[in-house]
Ligand binder design. Structure first.
Ligand SMILES: Cc1ncc(COP(=O)(O)O)c(C=O)c1O
Length: 371
């Protein structure tokens, strides 16, 4: 907050008149340049300023991309467990959404090809880095297959890379856009996770003509973003403050992930089965048979612990036996307390249900098929 306040004041003092006037609807040039440099150096996505549009969060980016690409009735494939706000924006643009299965390797790319055999597919929207909500990273073979299908079938790939900075295991996984030789990927990013969601800064990286088109659409609802904030944030990126903050946050989140994992093993082994996610900000856990996940979540909420159940993420809105447990916003002590309360809130099992411990041992297999 202190750094941002200083950068904001400096921006206003040094260029207030210009920043408070009408400006480029694509965003402040400094921020577009800083974001282009950032995605090129940290994400391997070749981009110049002309490829970047700054939006108010990725939600605006998804809305604009939908409106630019979709004609009423066009099919957009989405993940069967996924991010509902994106689906609703695409629907509003006139898309007919078709869900594709997600498993332990991410989106089922063969299912996309099978869908494209049956009818034209305009685009596919996905979260390949840490699939939302299951946290799975799209397998390397599937990434290549997806880009290949998209190129051959002329399907636009809308890549929502909302948490790029937070990968804890092994080398960073680069976005699909970094390997996109055919120009089919529209890369959507955000500073909501790495900096703050209230800043409302997201961005699109795409071929320049699409950026122009998106900017023209943007002016119809929002002439331009907050150029004072954009300039301040550009300075924080140029000064490496954002990256420094991201490195600190990454260390903290990794420790929180581990603390949550250990607490769940201690208090709820046999009832929740999960793999520690390779990155991201949540654990996706399977609830043992015989336990009503939604009733349990309601009881936990009454005890002050908010748990998201699978119903929130399923395309058909139906219940499935999974929890998404966010850990990034709580420290280790809070996480341990939250898990204790969650364990106390566990409803009694239905009689005759299978032994949950057996299910826990087969967690690897259970986690493979998510839908
Ligand atoms: C899958 C996904 N995409 C994007 C976002 C970020 O949205 P925004 O940039 O509009 O704040 C989120 C935030 O929760 C998300 O979960």
């Amino acid at each position: 907050v202190a750094l941002l306040a200083r950068a904001y004041r400096r921006a206003l003092r040094s260029a207030g008149r210009e920043l408070l006037a009408y400006g480029d609807p694509r965003g402040r040039p400094e921020l577009r340049r800083a974001l282009a440099t950032m995605v090129a150096s940290l994400r391997g996505v070749p981009a110049g300023d002309e490829n970047v549009l700054v939006t108010r969060g990725s939600q605006m980016a998804l809305d604009l991309v939908g409106r630019a690409l979709v004609r009423p009735g066009d099919v957009i494939a989405v993940e069967a467990f996924g991010y509902r706000p994106a689906w609703e924006a695409l629907r509003l643009a006139g898309a007919r959404l078709v869900p594709l299965a997600v498993d332990g390797s991410g989106l089922d790319v063969a299912a996309l090809e099978a869908l494209a055999d049956r009818e034209p597919v305009r685009a596919v929207y996905l979260t390949p880095h840490h699939q939302y909500p299951t946290t799975v990273t799209l397998a390397a073979s599937r990434r290549l297959a997806l880009l290949d299908v998209a190129r051959r079938r002329r399907i636009a790939v809308i890549e929502d890379d909302y948490d790029h900075e937070f990968h804890y295991e092994g080398r960073p996984v680069l976005p699909l856009a970094s390997a996109d030789r055919a120009g089919v990927v529209v890369h959507v990013g955000t500073l909501s996770k790495v900096l703050a969601p209230g800043l409302r800064i997201g961005f699109v990286v795409a071929p320049a003509p699409l950026v122009e088109r998106l900017a023209a659409l943007r002016t119809l609802v929002d002439r331009q973003g907050d150029h004072v904030v954009e300039r301040a944030v550009a300075e924080l990126i140029e000064d490496d403050e954002v990256q420094r903050h991201a490195r600190r946050a990454k260390r903290a989140y990794r420790a929180r992930r581990d603390a949550l994992g250990a607490a769940l093993e201690r208090e709820l082994a046999g009832t929740l089965s999960f793999r520690l996610p390779p990155g991201g900000m949540a654990v996706w856990a399977r609830v043992a048979p015989g336990v009503d996940a939604d009733r349990w979540a309601d009881a936990a909420a009454a005890a002050g612990v908010l748990v998201q159940t699978a119903r929130r993420f399923t395309f058909d809105g139906r219940a499935r036996p999974y929890f998404r447990l966010g850990y990034a916003a709580l420290d280790e002590r809070e996480l341990e307390e939250a898990v204790r309360r969650l364990a106390r809130a566990l409803p009694r099992r239905r009689p005759g249900s299978t032994d949950p411990r057996r299910n826990f041992r087969s967690a690897g297999r259970a986690a493979k098929t998510l839908s």
